[in-house]
Design a protein around this ligand. Sequence first.
Ligand code: HEM
Length: 429
Amino acid sequence: MTTTGARLPPHIARILVDPAAYADARIHETYRWLREHQPLGLAEPAGYDPFWVVTRYADLLHVSRNNDLFHNGDRAPVIVDKASDDLIRAMTGGSPHLIRTLIHLDAADHSKARTLAQMWFMPANLKKMEDRIRELARATVDRMLSRDGRCDFVNDVALHYPLRVVMKTLGMPEADELLMLKLTQEIFSPLDPDLAPKLGNDGAVAVLAQAFQSTVQVFGEYFGKLSAERRANPRDDIISLIANARIDGKPLPPEVEMGYYIVIAAAGHDTTSSSTAGAVWALCERPDQFAKLKQSPALISSMVDEAIRWTTPVKTFMRTATADTEVGGQHIAKGDWLMLCYASANRDESVFKRPYEFRVDRSGPTRHIAFGFGAHVCLGQHLARLEMRLLFEELLTRIKSISLDGTPTMTQAMFVNGPKTLPVRFELG
Ligand code: HEM
């Protein structure tokens, strides 16, 4: 690792690993500073292995699309502190992974596993589910509107709807909704004092590893039972598809099979609820944009993409260089760890016109990168867009206005984050 002139100031490096900074304006201020002054700097915060911080759109695209040069699975693909990494390796006999989801796989292992469900998530197949998802959207809006003109949009609406969609997709019983909600929150927000109170945010050693291990174990037991059921009696759902799938003529290794279910259940839910709530928050603060949407419902699709750019719920993923190379003018050595900062790339002034404005009719030559890019690009991106569009089509025809009814809060997390509470007041019509 050549570090001359590349080291980030310690206070900047610290912010990148401070979950609380992701819940207020500090992370975006930091990203803005980085893009301008050190778009590819080396962070060396105490307690973490050093990592490069990729903040510009072009560099993030370059790393994401060169999947042979930048692997997901050689080290942890999400940011973890050194103590957690050490503990995970001790638990697994040297592997940096407690689970093997699509996110953790590379090269042929990844493409063979991803192909199994890829067609299922393509728009042509999703079209067949549209009516069923619209029913869920309508029922969600019915419940919200029965609440006397006020609700907490996150806890009453946004957390439940994408979870119901994803549970239907996977083929999970509705009765397990609250269990799934708890497990996904624990996996994504192990450092948030409200969402994972048993662990806290006191800098306890290896807190991430402990949180992950217990959650993954419960997930594993849960999906193990469902998978056995679907092997015996297959249905038209993803658990049946994966439980009965073959790679090179053999069933999936158990840890890859479990990883498949976990990544779809977890990634398919928290991300979409964050973007949905982020859209409502943005519209509450911008009555002109709300009015524009009411006037031209055809803009709902572009508003959905703008909301996904605006919130960019997946804040970071990590990659590991497989050979010496160069990114953004910096020498990167084989084995170096890189943090991809999606929310920074999506505010890159050299790519997006007025990136700090939320515009329901945003158009332009470049698409946001909130779903990633390359071999690992989000498998559920079409589903996420579809379910958000349907919810907003149902909601916007039935309300006249919506505004904040208190101060919203954000989750404290460095991996996936978004609104935690969003008190709103609305008028029917
Ligand atoms: C707004 C909502 C969503 C956002 C912002 C989002 C974002 C992302 C990102 C950034 C990645 C990694 C991409 C990369 O490394 O290049 C990813 C991967 C993935 N996402 Fe999503 N996601 C969303 C919704 C969903 C949904 C609804 C599902 C499924 C039901 C889903 C399933 C997955 C899976 C399985 C992967 C792993 C793909 C692979 O490694 O090959 N996501 N997502």
